[in-house]
Design a protein around this ligand. Structure first.
Ligand SMILES: Cc1ncc(COP(=O)(O)O)c(C=O)c1O
Length: 437
């Protein structure tokens, strides 16, 4: 029997009181932070043998182990970690870095921070990640690095990306900000390129509040990235060559309190990732066969951490008078009225954002004017990313993400998706009510 949609006066399908807020802070976390406040130091001090920062160095060591890299460097954000990698790769003014149009803005912006020029290659519509075949079409004599993103936790096709990089002598940097704990053919994100960046932002599976981690197994990249983070200083201070500033650098330093919180939380990250997988798989199973939506695809040789659970929408399967963005927005309103969090996340592919349309990052058109005559970005050149933006919704929000919800709430979300999508007349009425047709 069709039930009246909550948007049209029916009873909501979800008991909102079941939602669990993120991030979770335990007594052990509080104890770890209090220890820093009681005993110090609060920040990394320079000592004769290197930095005195037991929590930060502990976090770096433990995280490097977690992602299968030789080194990690803690810094104040995923954007900073990305920029450290771009700078360490030697990307300079006018150099091109190929990346995806479907990511958070920080990905291409970190390229701009070093004067590099982002070049976008469209996505694989199945995985939502950069398509290696599209990368090949974008390589020029100026290409210096490839910057794939493991978007929503699904690893990019790294074997193919690394093969292209090898053939053209390019450096590969993983934007793993959404993927701490994801695996590609059994290997962890963070060990799949030459350098990687992770975010500790409060919305992430590994959520410290703000912070980032850079990872590499290469000594030179590590030394350069460290200088970028440390205002040019290289430690230990007994190394006289390190007393001088060698390159333009920033202050991306981290602090002991969030490092202590991060170390305590890192112990639980595998548990949160497992919960995300269990919930993601349960939801995918429950909505399989529901007309109008498709569960996210996870390649058989990959393990995702469902940083975001993104459903594809297929209004054509319902023979509705509303399609594309009108259908997406109607479905979103109908699901939210039922109590399901259903954000869009990313309202336009990155090349359509004003910074890439105006192209005046630093003033005087820099860095686009350094080596390019008239480089322009046209959203229409990324039809697969645009189609995904217009025809998908995330289930679960950043405040109540999939990694900490109960199976009971996920069951109710699945029931709500069934309820809304099986009510074709209700969806048409909802579209009319919202002025979508
Ligand atoms: C894919 C991606 N790259 C980069 C970042 C930047 O990380 P942060 O916000 O920690 O600077 C984020 C998250 O915010 C992200 O999702």
């Amino acid at each position: 029997m069709t039930q009246t949609l909550a948007l049209l006066g029916g009873t909501p399908a979800v008991d909102k009181s079941l939602k669990v807020n993120w991030p979770i802070v335990t007594d052990a976390d509080k104890k770890a932070v209090m220890k820093v406040l009681d005993e110090g130091p609060l920040w990394a001090l320079g000592g004769d043998d290197g930095l005195i920062a037991p929590e930060m160095i502990g976090l770096e060591t433990e995280f490097a182990h977690f992602v299968g890299a030789k080194y990690a460097l803690a810094c104040n954000g995923g954007t900073a970690a990305l920029h450290m990698a771009i700078a360490a790769a030697g990307v300079g003014p006018g150099d091109e870095v190929i990346t995806t149009p479907y990511s958070f803005l920080a990905t291409p912006v970190a390229v701009l921070h070093n004067g590099g020029v982002p070049i976008f290659a469209d996505i694989d519509p199945k995985t939502y990640n950069i398509d290696p075949a599209e990368i090949e079409k974008k390589i020029t004599s100026r290409t210096k690095a490839l910057l794939p993103v493991h978007v929503h936790g699904v690893p990019a096709d790294m074997d193919r990306i690394n093969a292209i990089a090898k053939q053209h002598n390019l450096i590969v940097i993983e934007d793993a900000c959404q993927a701490p704990g994801s695996k590609y053919k059994g290997r962890p994100a963070g060990s799949l390129g030459q350098m990687a960046a992770f975010s500790l932002n409060g919305t992430k599976n590994f959520a410290v509040g703000e912070g980032g981690l850079f990872a590499t197994s290469d000594d030179t990249f590590r030394a350069r990235a460290n200088m970028v983070r440390m205002v040019g200083e290289g430690l230990p201070s007994w190394d006289r060559t390190m007393e001088f500033q060698h390159l333009i650098a920033w202050n991306y330093r981290f602090q002991e309190m969030p490092a202590a919180f991060g170390r305590s939380q890192l112990k639980r990250l595998p548990q949160y990732n497992a919960q995300a997988r269990a919930n993601g798989q349960a939801l995918s199973k429950a909505i399989a066969g529901v007309k109008g939506v498709e569960a996210p695809f996870v390649p058989a040789d990959c393990e995702t951490i469902y940083h975001k659970y993104r459903m594809r929408l297929h209004p054509d399967q319902l023979d509705l008078p509303i399609t594309g963005v009108a259908f997406r927005d109607t479905l979103q309103a109908a699901l939210e009225a039922e109590g399901v969090d259903a954000p869009v996340w990313l309202h336009a592919p990155l090349p359509a954002h004003p910074i890439f349309q105006v192209r005046d990052g630093f003033g005087h058109g820099y860095p686009w004017t350094v080596g390019h005559k008239d480089l322009r970005y046209h959203a229409a050149d990324y039809p697969k990313a645009q189609h995904l933006v217009d025809n998908s919704l995330v289930i679960c929000s950043e405040l109540n993400p999939i990694y900490c919800q109960t199976a009971k709430l996920i069951d109710q979300y699945a029931a709500a998706i069934h309820k809304v999508l099986s009510n074709r007349d209700g969806l048409i009425a909802a579209g009319k009510k919202l002025g979508k047709q």
